[in-house]
Write a protein that binds this ligand. Sequence first.
Ligand SMILES: Nc1ncnc2c1ncn2[C@@H]1O[C@H](COP(=O)(O)OP(=O)(O)OP(=O)(O)O)[C@@H](O)[C@H]1O
Ligand SMILES: [Mg+2]
Length: 258
Amino acid sequence: MAKRIDVGGLNAYYGGHKAIEDISMTVEPRSVTAFIGPSGCGKSTFLRTLNRMHEVTPGGRVEGKVLLDDEDLYGHGVDPVSVRRTIGMVFQRPNPFPTMSIYDNVAAGLRLNGRVRKSELDTIVEKSLKGANLWKEVKDRLNKPGAGLSGGQQQRLCIARAIAVEPQVLLMDEPCSALDPISTLAIEDLMGDLKERFTIVIVTHNMQQAARVSDRTAFFNLAGVGQPGKLVEIDETARIFSNPSVQATEDYISGRFG
Ligand SMILES: Nc1ncnc2c1ncn2[C@@H]1O[C@H](COP(=O)(O)OP(=O)(O)OP(=O)(O)O)[C@@H](O)[C@H]1O
Ligand SMILES: [Mg+2]
């Protein structure tokens, strides 16, 4: 069976600096995969190569292949904008469009895709806000600015915005690191629901979070400052946290470095 995501021999550069080297891994559909590893080992860079966001950075360059359901995202004639629609992203700091209403924030991506009837838009906005577990809190203030929500609500708004366009994959880069514990738990719960419909990849520095939410965990590391980050191992999360194959993984998860 085809893997949803299949990465082979991937390198990513910032100008002359190779940030990640020779990464190969697969991601199963309808699962949560966590990326862990010390700061600077290239987790965010790698995540951004998965939806062609890396090349938006000046000097950003990628070698290797990333297949989504057997189609190479870096193949000739592939439109990066459509890739980013299929593979959505949620960032560390909630970034709703500040002057836009809650409604318009969720509808923004759909409008970019072309004209959608108002009634249809209403339906999708409601469904996405429900999907992001935010509907009850905002249904009476849909026309108020997104910036007026709490941090945790803003992050769920960003998730609603991301899922409104029905992506196949959702990439999340430390989505809870700016949130309080209650909002963090709300987002973690949400991930459990979302993985019924989407494939999720999350970067986290929180080991408990990786253990709680993910099915598989990938540990990345770098040999030293200026060295490229590499994938050390990827395995079932339970195994990574109980009996990893590589000593460096054990050292990292037990807090001996990083
Ligand atoms: N825009 C950029 N320009 C140049 N180098 C960059 C840029 N962004 C990241 N890098 C470099 O690429 C390497 C990997 O960085 P990246 O942000 O992917 O690491 P990370 O694992 O996400 O770290 P953290 O856990 O701190 O978020 C680092 O050496 C970093 O300095
Ligand atoms: Mg990062």
